[in-house]
Design a binder for this molecule. Structure first.
Ligand SMILES: [Cu+2]
Length: 727
């Protein structure tokens, strides 16, 4: 925690967060006295206590390669064509044997499966959480018909698994044609058909194939309610554009996206991106790896392999393994838990409902659309939580799995697929990782690390050498990242590590004898391709990261500790955070901090690079937390960080204006970068594709509530819904 706590406008947030921890500690203390003597202080979540889930009972699932539907020829080029559907199904995420012994069912999840065989993997099909890996080759396009198949066996729509907050600026199908992608005015969760749109994270592709958040579509269900829009504001426009170019019709409930793969070979991933509900759609499961490989890659030839490929024989031993790390919470019946009320985040109870924190006071403030101060409507959303931290670790769709490894080298493609959680990974025996790649492919040099910091959506391509580890050794992959928002700094100094009994552990490696010689190169001896620094940018933009408190809800505590609306507005504190926001920034004479200008999703486009422009963006953080910032379309270079506010920066001791070089593992290309509080992070990229894209925070809860902005490359076409807006 920062020392500035009391001076920050977010003090109410922090104080209530502190209260939440205090409540949790006291609750667990009571249990500790009456039950087991020593137990972990796990995060609050659903009714399933994470400390009761046995660890390292089941092997890591290595997602096979996604089957192609066919190879087609388009414009004289061979194209790998896939038909992939998002479906609802059941899968054992918790250990299966333990679940069955304890009468805990499998977990209902969503994921992507190939239409070649859309049954779950457990039944011999291709539907799995996480999804099977799309194997792509450089310069060979991949085309995917992404199908929204969230329907039941009768073809009727399936509602969401979680409470969809309709008061955010979200997809809002009930708004009807022309009224979608707006704030809803219903304080109850949405129970209608679910919007879906898939984004391949880090892909260089055109606007119509990028998964623009307002280009979502509903399933082609039998019972879409009258008056609902079946697609978002941009669905029809992008459909026409893509159909004209690709010559393939977008059938109802689907979209056909094409990826040229004309970028460096790397680790990409795909997930949902629907406006204002990405956090919930992704939490339900749909995500998978998209690995782009270059033929004749001389480095890859020296790396541990193989990775799963189409047509592998059963029992193939893999030494290149993608590993997606996520956090989740569960209910006692095995279902996924995600909070359905704002009080959860505050560690408080909901008036009139059975307590979620026994003994804690209640959150008794008005929520949108109810009235707050002076007849104004409350601007606090009823279900949205500003962040979410699950209390179990789920790796490739299993809680705390193990992996049998031989005494040899392995290549792991690590992905932080969590909602809000920053990971700091460390092996229990202290052995190093050699990082060779990031989001945009190989680093210029291998980087040896004992701790691996990975923000949500970042990837790390690493080599781990088990060849000198004694047979029979069991190594735990620990997580030292905090169970709360990350602000940088050192573990044990600026923040406490996550709970060692639960979220402090990720998975286990069990080292056995090598069954064949290891022909991979020593990671320290790898020669990686040189990376030229990008030349001087033609445009430098200043943009800002902001957090906003309520404008209409001032809160105070009553004598029982309940958080209530202050009827007079004095001396209550603005309740917060209300939302997070990206924005622009203005230089202020005499004030080195300058002035951030928060902008909303609906505000006119302010970032408008010319086609082909090389731009530098100074991303300035005015919040207390670090945010992983992702810019679509591009892979950027991190140029530097600068301390702008020494009181907030984790490197404030260096003084205002101190310049910090990018970390060694940030010296390649990236699509997501950590922007620390009190600092400016400068990235540089070339924008080559005209059209409408987004940049956003990849804390999914932030992204869903205004921490995302559109940007446009080139001029708006006359038919664009945004074309009337000034730039
Ligand atoms: Cu954020």
């Amino acid at each position: 925690m920062k020392t500035l706590l009391g001076e920050d406008p977010r003090a109410t947030w922090r104080l209530t967060f502190g209260l939440m921890l205090a409540v949790v500690v006291s609750v667990l203390f009571v249990i500790a006295v009456t039950a087991t003597p020593v137990r972990a202080v796990a995060l609050p979540g659903g009714s399933l206590d994470p400390a009761t889930i046995p660890k390292y009972e089941e092997p890591l699932v290595i997602p096979p390669a996604m089957p192609r539907t066919q190879v087609i020829t388009a414009k004289g080029k061979q194209v790998d064509y896939y038909e992939i559907a998002v479906k609802q199904f059941e899968q054992y995420i918790l250990p299966m044997g333990w679940s069955q012994t304890n009468a805990i069912g499998p977990t209902t999840v969503w994921s992507y499966g190939s239409m070649v065989d859309p049954r779950p993997v457990a039944e011999g099909g291709t539907l799995n959480y996480p999804a099977l890996t799309i194997e792509a080759k450089k310069d060979r396009p991949v085309r995917v018909k992404w199908i929204n198949a969230l329907v039941d066996e009768n073809g009727n729509y399936l509602p969401h698994l979680f409470a969809v907050d309709q008061t955010l600026h979200w997809a809002n199908p009930a708004g009807g044609p022309g009224g979608t992608d707006t704030h809803g005015m219903d304080g109850m969760p949405y129970t209608g058909p679910v919007p879906i749109v898939t984004h391949v994270h880090g892909a260089h592709t055109t606007e119509d194939s990028d998964g623009y958040p307002e280009a979502w579509y509903l399933p082609a269900a039998n019972d879409i309610p009258a008056g609902y829009a079946t697609g978002g504001s941009f669905y029809e426009q992008f459909k026409q554009k893509a159909e004209a170019r690709q010559g393939q019709t977008w059938e109802p409930g689907s979209a056909v996206f094409q990826y040229p793969n004309d970028q460096r070979a790397t680790t990409l991933w795909y997930h949902d991106h629907s406006l204002g509900m990405t956090r919930l759609n992704v939490y339900a499961g749909p995500a998978g790896f998209y690995l782009l490989r270059k033929q004749g890659d001389r480095v890859a030839a020296k790396l541990p392999k193989p990775a799963p490929q189409r047509g592998d024989k059963p029992g193939t031993k893999y030494r290149e393994i993608p590993i997606a790390i996520q956090d989740r919470s569960f209910n006692a019946d095995g279902s996924l838990y995600y909070p359905d009320n704002r009080a959860f985040f505050e560690g408080l109870n909901v008036p009139g409902q059975s307590p979620q924190f026994p003994g804690a006071p209640e959150l008794r403030i008005p929520f949108t659309p109810d009235e707050a101060l002076d007849g104004q409507m409350s601007d606090i959303s009823p279900q949205w939580n500003p962040e979410f931290f699950g209390n179990t670790m789920v790796v490739n769709g299993k809680t705390w799995p193990y992996l049998d490894v031989e005494q040899r080298r392995y290549r792991f493609r690590l992905l932080n697929g969590a909602q809000s959680r920053f990971l700091i990974l460390k092996m229990s025996n202290g052995m190093p990782f050699t990082q060779i790649g990031s989001e945009g492919g190989y680093l210029p040099k291998p980087v040896r690390l004992r701790e691996l910091l990975i923000a949500p959506a970042e990837r790390a391509d690493v080599i781990v050498d088990f060849s000198k580890v004694k047979r029979g050794t069991r190594i735990v992959l620990h997580n030292l990242g905090p169970d709360e928002p990350f602000g940088g700094g050192e573990v044990g100094e600026e923040f406490e590590p996550s709970d060692p009994g639960t979220t402090g552990q990720v998975m286990q490696f069990r080292v056995g004898r090598a069954t064949s010689p290891d022909t991979s190169a020593l990671p320290s001896k790898l020669r990686l391709p040189e990376i030229k620094r990008l030349p001087r940018a033609s445009v430098v933009r200043d943009v800002s990261l902001n957090e906003l408190d309520s404008a209409t809800v001032k809160a105070t505590e009553d004598e029982d500790g309940n958080v209530v609306l202050d009827p007079t507005g004095e001396p209550g504190e603005p309740f917060g955070p209300q939302e997070a926001a990206l924005g622009t920034w203005m230089e202020m004479p005499g004030d080195p901090m300058g002035m951030p200008m928060p902008m909303m999703w609906m505000d006119a486009v302010t970032e408008n690079p010319a086609v082909g422009a090389l731009e530098a963006w100074n991303i300035r953080n005015f919040t207390m937390d670090a945010h992983p910032i992702h810019i679509h379309q591009v892979q950027f270079q991190v140029e530097r960080r600068v301390v702008t506010d020494p009181m907030m920066s984790p490197r404030g001791m260096l003084g205002e204006g101190a310049v910090i070089k990018p970390e060694a593992w940030e010296s390649g290309f990236k699509d997501t970068v950590i922007v620390y509080p009190g600092e400016l992070t400068r990235v540089k990229a070339r924008f080559t594709l005209a059209g409408l894209f987004v940049w956003h925070c990849h804390i999914l809860e932030h992204e869903d509530n205004e921490m995302m902005r559109p940007f446009r490359v080139g001029q708006a076409p006359p038919a664009s819904p945004l074309s009337t807006q000034p730039l």
